[in-house]
Design a protein around this ligand. Structure first.
Ligand code: UGA
Length: 441
């Protein structure tokens, strides 16, 4: 099939490359000409395992193209995916102005029947607005359908998630739209859930909010474990073996981040509010998530007494491993809190250093003055040198295999706060570390 993907961010790029790999002819369109230029030269704007090879292969074999011209993409493709950003507005609602703009452009460019598919995460009723917008600007009365096909790609395993999905959700109004999308996804041999458009839109927000709730729930249980001296890993193992609960997403830690959960939660709360419903459970989920970051700083205070002028090393800046994405990363808020306490902060992340430098430089200038005093280190050992405490903020594999004898010698005080529970408390305590995990005995 001929497909156009509008928006070459994480979702659009992975989706485009994967559809091309399934044998379709795909044009990825973005209005950022610099990004398109780089993609045409084989340079990736994000770090996602396997993406570079996938893009290069499909480009070489003539199935994947990049362009800044929306019109051309729409003219050449029967199915058009909208995968532009829906960033949060100041009031927590999703900003849908890019979706509206793109819908208008599609209406003005489509020469004959087109299926327009919402791929970006959008509030319920967006499909109706997209359809309305296209109708208003569709002066030549070209036939079209709108569909919703939410993505369920996790950063760091997005290609695997695309190629082996648990389910594919398709929200449609017509048989033609349904048949086209079912045909497109056939090679994946996954269960396909066909619904109306609004239900498909809700499946996405409800799924992300449910997963976020699961994380906040286990984080709250971890806090109780800390108070009573129980062990969270044992508790979550005991819970997770119940198939109705499931063992995934029961890892306690310093809270969820990223470009999806925090934004989707607040958007869902706002949608409910607009409908006249107070989605109190989700507000509590947000509250627990905020608390987790303050709790880490409290734990460090409990171990180091005064924080002022202490040196604290942070291992991991990305909001999760296998990505360089630092959007809403808990590490950044923890760094801000530590800086406010007068701490000297040293940081290292295997992939996110460039993005961290840019983000912290911005914040450093506005919040802490030009000498923000953040030291960017080349590895975990450089971070450890003369530190009074190490915080594990992202569970990168390379942090699981550190030489702790060497680290103990390098640190000023052997103190570790393991914000992702990746170490065995007993082992580190035996080596002479003062160790605190999240809900660990
Ligand atoms: C999430 C969903 O998992 C995807 O299904 C969805 O498609 C995507 O959002 C999206 O809406 O685009 P993502 O944010 O990439 O994917 O990453 P997750 O693996 O879900 O992790 C999100 C956050 O939760 C991370 O900060 C992670 O550290 C945290 N987390 C996850 C925990 O603290 N504990 C867990 O047990 C699992």
């Amino acid at each position: 099939m001929n497909i156009c993907i509008i928006g070459s961010g994480h979702v659009g790029l992975v989706t485009g490359a994967c559809f091309a790999d399934l044998g379709n002819k795909v044009i990825c369109v973005d209005n950022d000409e610099e990004k398109i230029g780089k993609l045409q030269r084989g340079m990736m704007p994000i770090y996602e395992p396997g993406l570079e090879e996938l893009v290069k292969r499909n480009k070489k074999e003539g199935r994947l193209y990049f362009s800044s011209g929306l019109k051309g993409g729409v003219r050449k493709s029967e199915i058009i995916f909208i995968a532009v950003g829906t960033p949060p507005r100041d009031n927590g609602e999703a900003d849908l102005s890019y979706v509206e703009h793109v819908s208008r452009e599609i209406a003005l460019s489509m020469p004959s029947y087109r299926l327009i598919v919402e791929k970006s995460t959008v509030p319920v009723n967006t499909g109706e607005w997209v359809e309305h917008t296209i109708k208003v600007f569709n002066s030549r009365n070209v036939r079209f359908d709108v569909a919703s096909n939410p993505e369920f790609l996790r950063e760091g395993s997005a290609i695997e998630d695309f190629m082996h999905p648990d389910r594919i959700v398709i929200g449609v109004k017509s048989k033609r739209a349904r048949d086209l999308l079912v045909e497109l996804y056939k090679p994946l041999k996954a269960p396909i859930v066909v619904t109306d458009i609004k239900s498909a839109e809700l499946i996405k927000h409800a799924s992300n909010s449910f997963l976020a709730a699961k994380i906040s729930f286990i984080n709250a249980v971890a806090n109780i474990c800390d108070m009573v001296g129980a062990d969270l890993v044992e508790v979550s193992t005991g819970m997770g073996l119940d198939k109705m609960i499931g063992k995934e997403f029961l890892n306690a830690g310093i809270g969820f981040g990223g470009s999806c959960f925090p934004k989707d939660l607040s958007a869902f709360v706002k949608i409910a509010e607009r409908c006249g419903y107070d989605f109190g459970i989700l507000k509590e989920v947000e509250k627990v998530n905020e608390y987790q970051k303050r709790m880490v700083v409290k734990k460090i205070e409990g171990l180091l007494w005064n924080l002022s002028k202490k040196t604290i090393g942070i291992l991991g800046i990305a909001f999760k491993p296998d990505t360089d994405d630092i959007r809403s990363a808990p590490s950044l808020e923890i760094i801000s809190m530590l800086k406010r306490e007068g701490v000297r902060v040293k940081i290292y992340d295997p992939e996110a250093m460039d993005k961290a430098k840019r983000a912290l430089a911005k914040e450093g200038i506005s919040s802490f003055g030009k000498n923000a005093g953040i030291e960017f280190c080349k590895d975990a050992y450089a971070v450890s040198k003369d530190s009074d405490c190490l915080i594990i903020a992202t569970e990168w594999n390379e942090f699981k295999e550190l030489d702790f004898k060497k680290i103990k010698k390098l640190m000023r005080q052997p103190v570790i706060v393991d914000g992702r529970n990746i170490y065995d408390p007993e082992e580190l305590q035996k080596l002479g570390f003062r160790y605190l995990g999240i809900g660990r005995r």
